[in-house]
Write a protein that binds this ligand. Structure first.
Ligand code: UT7
Length: 330
């Protein structure tokens, strides 16, 4: 008999260096301005990692989630880190989080589904808990996007930031936190050409040429990705609601991926979710890829925006293309 999985605790960490938009036009001298960045993306500030890494930020967020739950690392069965910016190509950065938490009794692995990484990892953890394969899994989204940004490319470098969010997924005797009702994961590999890091993998290993051609940085056709993001997010939210007997009106809080305020607002309009039910953090944290959803959920919970009985929907879209949605019942 499958058990329910509950999201019972959250944590987040953003590195202390806060970078305003003026950094790009005043300090770096790029041809951009405050008005363009704010009106086209919604970003006002973002955090840069400095001495932190994906592993160190993920550890801090996960430790916070454990502390809030009153648990120790040894209480965890496993850790899944969603990230496209691991500390090393291998071994997995989640191993560093495991060591830091003192969670050596279990397993740890990384998963890469870009901006959808957190929702995918949540889906994996939920399936493990429901099946009885694990009782408690820490799901972390952590990114050092600054490692992949071309600070000469104004079309991408202004969009992203660094940070980490964590959520604890567990089996509970009595309902606690948010029951993970459903998770949908979708991929269309044809989307690869529109958003990627071309070099550094086994197809184009690092070489003088790849570095000279700046191929280790994020390349994005923004307009194409934008259109797909709105369509796919709306589709998958509708699907997750319909297949669980709910409608848009039942949503108490919508936690979308934070790539662009215009995507968040367009999805809100199309799905008829009023602005007060949208969580927006892209203004302060920018796009932190796999970290946007767990950090935004943590903030919303901290602000008391979720009450018992509420249905919370998370939805995402990113490189791959990958997209997905999750429905939580508090
Ligand atoms: O998280 C993963 C998924 N990613 C996303 O969901 C991102 C989706 N895309 C977007 O958010 C938007 O497409 C962007 C924010 C990336 C770009 O906004 P846009 O309204 O689609 O702009 P655009 O790419 O169509 O560019 C419009 C103009 C261009 O100039 P021309 O060709 O019209 O002369 C760009 O060169 O804006 C120019 N531009 C800039 N101007 C000032 C592009 N970047 C900048 C900039 N400052 N930073």
């Amino acid at each position: 008999m499958p058990r329910d999985a509950y999201l019972t605790s959250t944590g987040r960490f953003h590195p202390p260096t806060v970078v305003p938009n003026s950094h790009f036009y005043e300090t770096l001298g790029l041809e951009t301005d405050e008005e363009w960045i704010r009106s086209r993306t919604g970003v006002v500030t973002r955090h840069f990692a400095g001495d932190e890494t994906t592993g160190s930020m993920g550890l801090k967020a996960a430790q916070q989630a454990l502390d809030k739950a009153g648990l120790e690392g040894s209480d965890l069965d496993g850790i899944i880190l969603a990230s496209v910016t691991p500390d090393l190509i291998f071994p997995a950065t989640s191993g560093r989080i495991q060591t830091g938490l003192g969670a050596e009794a279990g397993w740890a692995y990384d998963t890469a589904a870009a901006c959808s990484g957190y929702v995918y990892a949540l889906g994996q953890a939920t399936a493990m808990v429901r099946s009885g394969m694990a009782d408690r899994v820490m799901v972390v989204g952590s990114e050092t996007m600054t490692a992949l940004l071309d600070f000469r490319d104004r079309t991408t470098c202004v969009l992203f930031g660094d940070g980490a969010g964590a959520t604890l997924i567990e089996a509970c005797e009595e309902p606690r936190g948010g029951r993970v009702v459903d998770v949908i994961m979708r991929t269309d590999g044809n989307g690869e050409r529109h958003l990627k890091q071309p070099a550094g993998g086994s197809e184009l290993p690092p070489s003088h040429e790849t570095v000279d051609q700046r191929l280790h940085y994020v390349k994005q056709e923004g307009r194409t990705v934008f259109k797909h993001a709105v369509t796919r997010i709306c589709e998958v939210v509708t699907q997750v609601l319909e297949r669980n007997g709910s409608t848009n009106d039942d949503i108490a809080l919508f936690v979308p991926h934070q790539a662009n305020i215009r995507i968040v607002e367009a999805c809100g309009r199309r799905l008829k979710i009023p602005p007060e039910k949208l969580v927006v953090t892209v203004d302060r944290w920018a796009n932190t890829t796999a970290a946007t959803i767990p950090t935004s959920l943590d903030l919303a919970l901290e602000e008391g925006r979720v009450k018992p009985g509420d249905k919370v929907v998370m939805a995402t879209f990113g490189a791959g293309f990958t997209w997905g949605a999750a429905l939580l019942q508090y």
